[in-house]
Design a protein around this ligand. Structure first.
Ligand SMILES: Cc1cc2nc3c(=O)[nH]c(=O)nc-3n(C[C@H](O)[C@H](O)[C@H](O)COP(=O)(O)OP(=O)(O)OC[C@H]3O[C@@H](n4cnc5c(N)ncnc54)[C@H](O)[C@@H]3O)c2cc1C
Length: 303
């Protein structure tokens, strides 16, 4: 039996693996997709301390290599549930593979809600972005559009308007749903245009985004916008559905647990973007990974 199973090999999970290995525990990390998590989508990261500029893929490789070098075992699998009997956690994958551990850290992150358009996933990092703070400067002096009308979209649009030539905000409803203060700031910007009752219908460009088509749902009118960047800010979907039995979830589906990363079920911890928190970034994910790992080690030592 492994001491600690970490579900998810993103920055939180791989940091947890490093800390738990250093504390002398055996660690198995189970990952359903690419090792490194969401950051592999980012062409350039400029806010991870120690690296003035690094590609997300390279950073992901560094996280992964570090965890392996410390002694963590990594495997591919999609975890579909965690069972518990007599204090032993059984982690069950969708192919029937089952692993046992004394403690489990859920570090499954959150995925950005997509528009559901053809080639959308291929263009992530090649014109499509989910993070103006991270990627806005790559579009300095260029034309961009942003989809969404809540607080996140408004904040991102304001930020983009400070660096981009033009920002077109596309909202499917008749109004913005975010705070009026943000709406006031945004709509006073001379380089911002807002389209209401409008949806994006297709993405243009082969390897890189060159434009989008939009449709007004009231008039039925379709038009084309030439943009270099499309920011999608229509919410995040936490990857927690499979863990509702062992993690308290808030109404948005995030693990509703505090900074100590401890679930209400003993020996289960949650770290990173899957947890309810204000800031979802690399640094906060890594911070959670370390907190969860040390808490899991302490739990095992007290067993
Ligand atoms: C395009 C883009 C650019 C970004 N740029 C920056 C930036 O410049 N700076 C910054 O600080 N942050 C940036 N971020 C945010 C940052 O990537 C996240 O905050 C961080 O990756 C969260 O780490 P995490 O480990 O909590 O989750 P994730 O990175 O989401 O990792 C979770 C992992 O768990 C896996 N998983 C999920 N469910 C299961 C399951 N059931 N079984 C097994 N595995 C599972 C997933 O496949 C994933 O690999 C960016 C995000 C994106 C998408």
């Amino acid at each position: 039996m492994t001491d600690i199973i970490v579900i998810g090999a993103g920055p939180a999970g791989l940091t947890a693996a490093v800390y738990a290995c250093r504390a002398g525990k055996s660690v198995l990390v189970i990952e359903k997709g690419g090792f490194g998590g969401q950051i592999t989508y980012s062409p350039k990261v400029e806010n991870f301390p120690g690296n003035q500029e690094i590609s997300g893929m390279e950073l992901a490789e560094q996280f992964t290599d570090h965890a392996i070098a410390m002694g963590a075992e990594l495997t591919v699998g999609t975890v579909e549930k965690i069972e518990e009997a007599n204090g032993i956690k059984r982690v069950v994958c969708d192919d029937g593979e089952t692993y046992e551990a004394k403690a489990v850290i859920v570090a499954t992150g959150a995925r950005h809600r997509l528009l559901g358009l053809d080639r959308e996933e291929d263009l992530i990092g090649n014109g499509i972005s989910f993070c103006a703070v991270c990627d806005g400067s790559f579009f300095e002096g260029q034309d961009v559009a942003i989809v969404g009308g809540g607080n996140s979209a408004l904040q991102e649009a304001i930020l983009l308007s400070e660096v981009c030539k033009s920002v077109t905000v596309i909202q499917n409803l008749a109004n913005f749903t975010g705070e009026s203060k943000l709406v006031d700031i945004l709509t006073k910007r001379s380089n911002v245009t807002c389209h209401f009752n409008t949806v994006v219908t297709s993405l243009l460009g082969a390897d890189e985004l060159t434009g989008i088509t939009v449709k007004n749902s009231e008039s039925g009118e379709e038009s084309t916008l030439a943009v270099n960047g499309l920011f999608v800010a229509i919410g995040l979907v936490p990857e927690t559905e499979a863990f509702a039995d062992v993690l308290p979830l808030n109404k948005w589906g995030y693990a509703d647990i505090g900074e100590d990363c401890k679930s209400t079920v003993q020996g289960i911890f949650a770290a990173g973007d899957c947890r309810s928190k204000a800031v979802r970034q690399l640094t906060t994910a890594c911070a959670d990974g370390s907190v969860a790992a040390l808490a899991a080690c302490h739990y095992i030592d007290e067993m």
